[in-house]
Design a binder for this molecule. Structure first.
Ligand code: SIN
Length: 487
């Protein structure tokens, strides 16, 4: 099959796979950075997928919790639309064979995570993402209409007159340029920009940078979510200790074994992450005491800890915050189409308005599933054309230790104008040839512009939330060039 004139989906996580599967029987090309089904943030998700399916729950309660967590920046219509599709997402996965935890009567066993007012986390023990990716990638491999290019990454997008016209990619067979006026960015997040992250190190915001170069607007870029409990054991990336462990009773303790979390161990993630980060800033270690929890409840997490010489059954688990999720991304409309015609985005790469300033736990796999279906439906009604594009020199895709150091020092949980300006000055010379540096620069610039603290964005020089800034903002590469910020 010739790839020219086909929709091209960039990213082999849950969102990208949903688009490709839901496009059947239309031919589609899927670029996947590694081996399909492995090394994606979706596959590493432990907690699960939030859906209002319990007897005491409904979509309006789930929506209310999502809006509360989002600190005034969620789009209420988007929240409703995505959350109402929760039962569909669970059913879709169950029909593909996903083996979610169930009670003896067959009802789904529902976990609890931070800031959820009900038990609504559908899970497969502590390896939900792996189970979801198992069934999605099995289905994608079996599908005749999907051409899967593994170990292949987009290195550039071609656009003309604000319309996408192709993709440049690096594949094991060499450089490839595909002419198409329909491209889907499902490239995930930005955790790999930071020295401490729970994401695959490939998650460096390259999809966002390539979309920005093509002229797309980006939204909410300043909002990076730090998970408070990554396993502090020296591994890079860091294994996660799921919030679900706290949902089952684990508690934060300090070096002396005393509890310290004001507002509860299951308060919203931004609040808890700030409290843990403050301890680290004061050179005090933080632990999660999970000794009362049976090992079989979280077999993956307990065995990862044991492999690192920590036995959660007998000793508290050392934890620290790590970059985990990006609420911002490519600004999209109700069809998940960006400001560049024919360029779509879904999952973590998109900023849909679901998460606002702070994502509610386990809403991301839900968003990946639902936005993947939205994109497929939008594309299904369109003709896709091939076109000629001229090959171009690839941009660097890896985040260097220098970039990770800059992001961690100046763009972490606590930020201020001086640090952000330093980050901008250091990133600017790198951004023209290095996509992660451009993604980082866009985050820094957006963070500098938001002169308040809201959700996951904490400015020590503007510690209050300012009602006048209760709106999403977008940034475009022309904003950087206009201010001399892009090389
Ligand atoms: C977790 O299991 O704690 C992570 C869930 C999430 O980030 O949605």
């Amino acid at each position: 099959m010739s790839a020219h004139g086909c929709p091209v989906v960039i990213g082999g996580g849950a969102a990208g796979l949903l688009v490709a599967l839901c496009l059947a029987p239309r031919p589609v090309v899927l670029l996947c950075g590694g081996t399909l089904g492995f090394e994606t943030a979706s596959g590493w998700a432990q907690g699960g997928i939030a859906a209002a399916v319990g007897p005491d729950d409904d979509a309006s309660l789930h929506a209310r919790d999502t809006l509360n967590a989002g600190a005034g920046l969620c789009d209420a219509a988007v929240v409703r639309r995505i959350i109402e599709a929760g039962p569909w997402a669970i059913d879709f996965l169950a029909r593909l064979g996903a083996d979610f935890g169930r009670h003896a009567d067959g009802a789904l066993a529902l976990g609890l995570e931070a800031a959820h007012s009900r038990r609504r986390i559908v899970h497969a023990k502590d390896a939900t993402g792996a189970e979801i990716m198992r069934v999605l990638s099995q289905a994608a491999r079996a599908a005749q209409h999907i051409t899967i290019l593994e170990h292949s990454s987009a290195t550039g997008l071609a656009a003309r007159d604000n319309r996408i016209c192709g993709v440049h990619a690096a594949t094991p067979a060499g450089a490839l340029s595909i002419g198409t006026d329909c491209v889907v960015m499902a490239t995930g997040g930005v955790g790999g920009l930071f020295a401490h992250t729970t994401n695959p190190l490939r998650a460096t915001g390259t999809g966002l940078a390539l979309a920005a170069r093509a002229g797309a607007d980006l939204r909410d870029m300043e909002f990076v979510q730090f998970h408070p409990t990554a396993l502090a054991c020296g591994l890079d990336p860091m294994p996660l200790v799921s919030e679900a462990v706290r949902g089952e009773g684990a508690r934060f303790t300090d070096g002396a074994g005393a509890r310290f979390m004001q507002g509860g161990d299951l308060a919203a993630r931004d609040i808890v992450a700030r409290a843990v980060a403050a301890k680290y800033a004061a050179d005090e270690p933080v632990f999660l005491d999970a000794r009362a929890i049976p090992a079989q409840t979280f077999p993956g997490i307990f065995s990862t800890c044991r492999a690192q010489g920590i036995d959660p059954a007998t000793q508290p688990i050392p934890v620290r915050p790590a970059a985990h999720y990006h609420m911002g991304g490519i600004a999209v409309n109700a069809d998940c189409e960006s400001s560049v015609a024919g360029l779509f985005a879904c999952g973590e790469a998109a900023a849909t308005g679901l998460h606002g300033a702070n994502r509610l736990a386990s809403n991301s796999l839900l968003e990946a599933m639902v936005t993947g279906r939205i994109v497929a439906r939008a594309i299904s009604g369109r003709a896709v054309r091939a076109g000629n594009i001229t090959p171009e020199a690839p941009r660097l895709l890896e985040a260097t230790p220098l970039i990770r150091d800059i992001c961690s020092k100046y763009m972490g949980i606590y930020r201020d104008a001086a640090g952000l300006q330093t980050a901008i000055a250091q990133l600017r010379p790198l951004a023209a040839r290095c996509a992660p540096a451009l993604a980082a620069l866009l985050i820094a610039q957006s963070a500098l512009r938001r002169r308040e603290s809201r959700g996951a964005h904490t400015r020590t020089d503007f510690p209050e939330t300012d009602a006048a800034q209760a709106r999403s903002t977008t940034i475009n590469i022309s904003d950087l060039t206009a201010t001399g910020l892009a090389a």
